[in-house]
Design a protein around this ligand. Structure first.
Ligand code: AGP
Length: 609
């Protein structure tokens, strides 16, 4: 998720751009840049690192330009370097573009443009845009941008300018946010409202498929086909800090609600057009290694470990390859029986967790092929692994991991389906059914997010409990582990996840009158067993919240509270089931007055042992 700013008006543009980028710093980024038109050319400065590095590069210059664009980058395609930073320009240095999103077909476009004689400088997907605009430009930037975007498959918030039309900015969006700020003799563009608040609270919120021509004196909004669109002014009444959270009270809630978009971005370009196969171009595992794979290890910490437990179940189910999953701080010291040719998957949102990094090095030392699933391009695990399967969740700021977890699940589904496809261990119709459901899963998450009130009420009911249990079998147990950690780490209520079938071997002694038990029962082949476990705890007085798919009437007699999941392929249930558990933890923490985004004793990234 990159930050975008643009200005056109009567002020010197560079200070306005830098101020706007400064207000986007909360989102996290790895490089930044600005460009302004001057003397018929472009003045372009961009640097890897923080905004201070860019400001230092600009410090000895004054720029009279009164329009320009700027960008803070959260790298997806191409490491965080000066040359990969935005803005990007065409061959002749006349067109400049900043972009937030993922261009799925950038390889094909890049090859075609190169064949047309265009010369590329960076490794980014974005750089195809200025060259496309250059290709289509006939003295009207608006038409050239429109034609260029017709070639783009994927998501974009794009902002462009050309030296021959100073003061005129063209913007467009599909699945990435863009806002136009309305001023007096000046106008502003940003990916996020905080970048505008110094200057204006009157805005046009662009919708998907809309674009705009912006000059100091007018704004013309249209759809991507050029048809005019009427916009109502949206007056922002948020204060800056609230605006950084997109109007949500906490980053955690914002990130929970970003999950549908994060899933779409993580799946984007990784399922082929007709939805029959997974395509993971970023993996360099040779086909023989895949076919001869004897063992897979998964290792991570905390929430990433819980994603790995789901990964174990689904990879074994789809590929019949034995999978061991370990907490990284255990894995690195247990002298793991890794043989050359084994596959080790390390999972880390930050890519900097000390135990996970150490586990990665241990795996490589023993000859394993290491795949990293991480959310940060250029992070330590990304650099040290043999292959990287990035999650495109965007910056995750709350200490409690939510959108990173759900996109780690998506990455594991892609990996499991890809391995199964390479090894022929899953019937085509089954693989296609799962892929079809996976492509729709973001709508199921959105449905659950819209029903948060029920979960908030349950959180209010249990906020003063001394302890809760999360129980489940198989995939449901894996998700129960994550639900338990979420509740503990932000509401400080003790919770324990337990294999539902194991309770009777001791822990059932703790189930007494009124003890809340969150029972996950999503797996058809285990439903009767889950039902008997619900009966087991009910008989001891437990109060049961049952998470299940619509239609399981038997459990309706038993569950004191029922949370229904939208229909999907049962193997994908973890992606949906975790959402109510995240919301439950969040609202319990709110009800207890806890510091949701920065829980006591915890850090976002544990870079020490
Ligand atoms: C999750 O909510 C926690 N913040 C924590 O368990 C986290 O998942 C763990 O520290 C691993 O972090 P990583 O994914 O950045 O490696």
């Amino acid at each position: 998720m990159c930050g975008i700013v643009g200005y056109t008006g009567h002020r010197e543009a560079v200070p306005v751009l830098i101020d706007g980028l400064r207000r986007l710093e909360y989102r996290g980024y790895d490089s930044a840049g600005i460009v302004v038109p001057e003397n018929g050319g472009l003045v372009l400065e961009k640097r890897a690192g923080t905004l201070d590095v860019l400001e230092q590069a600009l410090s000895n210059s004054r720029f009279p330009a009164t329009s320009g664009i700027g960008h803070t980058r959260w790298a997806t395609h191409g490491a965080p370097t000066d040359v990969n930073a935005h803005p990007h320009t065409d061959c002749g240095g006349r067109f400049a573009v900043v972009h937030n999103g993922i261009i799925e077909n950038y390889r094909q476009l890049r090859n075609w443009l190169k064949a047309e004689g265009h010369v590329f400088k960076s490794d980014t997907d974005t750089e195809v845009l200025p060259h496309l605009i250059e290709h289509y430009y006939r003295d009207d930037l608006y038409q050239a941008v429109r034609r260029a975007l017709e070639q783009i498959e994927g998501s974009f918030a794009v902002l462009t300018l050309v030296t021959t039309e100073p003061g005129r900015l063209i913007v467009a969006r599909r699945d990435s946010p863009l806002v136009v700020g309305l001023g007096e003799g000046e106008n502003f563009i940003a990916s996020d409202i905080p970048a505008l608040l110094t200057y204006t609270r009157d805005t046009y919120l662009l919708n998907d498929g809309e674009m705009a021509e912006v000059t100091p004196d007018f704004i013309k909004v249209s759809d991507l086909n050029g048809n005019p669109v009427h916009k109502e002014i949206f007056c922002v009444n948020w204060e800056c800090e609230q605006a950084e959270k997109g109007g949500y009270e906490h980053f955690m809630l914002k990130e929970i609600h970003e999950q549908p978009r994060a899933l779409r971005d993580t799946l984007r370009g990784r399922i082929d057009q007709d939805g029959r196969r997974v395509v993971l171009k970023e993996l360099n595992v040779d086909p023989d290694t895949v076919r001869n794979l004897k063992k897979i290890f998964i290792t991570a910490c905390g929430t990433a470990f819980h994603a790995g437990v789901v990964g174990k179940y689904i990879i074994e189910k789809m590929t019949r390859i034995p999978v061991e999953v370990d907490i990284a701080s255990e894995f690195r010291y247990r002298d793991p029986l890794i043989n050359p040719g084994d596959l080790v998957v390390v999972v880390s949102q930050s890519g900097e967790t000390a135990d996970t990094r150490a586990a990665l090095r241990e795996a490589r030392r023993r000859g394993a092929h290491v795949i990293a699933i991480t959310n940060v391009v250029g992070s330590s695990v990304a650099r040290e692994a043999d292959d990287v399967l990035y999650t495109w969740a965007g910056p995750e700021i709350a200490v409690a991991s939510t959108k990173a977890y759900i996109t780690q699940l998506a990455a594991f589904y892609l990996l499991a389906l890809w391995l199964a496809g390479e090894r022929g261990t899953l019937p085509d119709d089954e693989r296609e059914a799962i892929l079809h459901a996976l492509r729709e899963i973001d709508t199921g998450v959105s449905t659950l997010l819209a029903d948060a009130d029920q979960i908030a009420a349950l959180a209010q009911r249990y906020k003063d409990q001394h302890g809760l249990f999360f129980i489940g079998r198989g995939l449901d147990f894996a998700v129960a582990m994550e639900g338990s950690l979420k509740l503990k780490e932000i509401s400080y209520i003790h919770a324990e996840a337990y294999p539902a079938g194991e309770l009777k071997h001791g822990t059932l002694a703790l189930i007494t009158e009124g003890v809340p038990v969150i029972a996950l029962a999503t797996q058809p082949d285990l439903f009767e067993k889950a039902l008997s476990n619900v009966k087991e705890v009910k008989a001891r007085g437990a109060e049961v919240v049952a998470l299940t798919f619509e239609g399981h009437h038997d459990i309706e007699d038993l569950g004191d509270h029922l949370v229904y999941l939208p229909a999907t392929h049962p193997v994908l249930a973890p992606i949906l089931a975790v959402v109510p558990l995240q919301l439950f933890a969040y609202y319990a923490a709110i009800a207890r007055g806890c510091s949701v985004d920065k829980p006591r004793n915890l850090a976002k990234s544990v870079t020490v042992e």
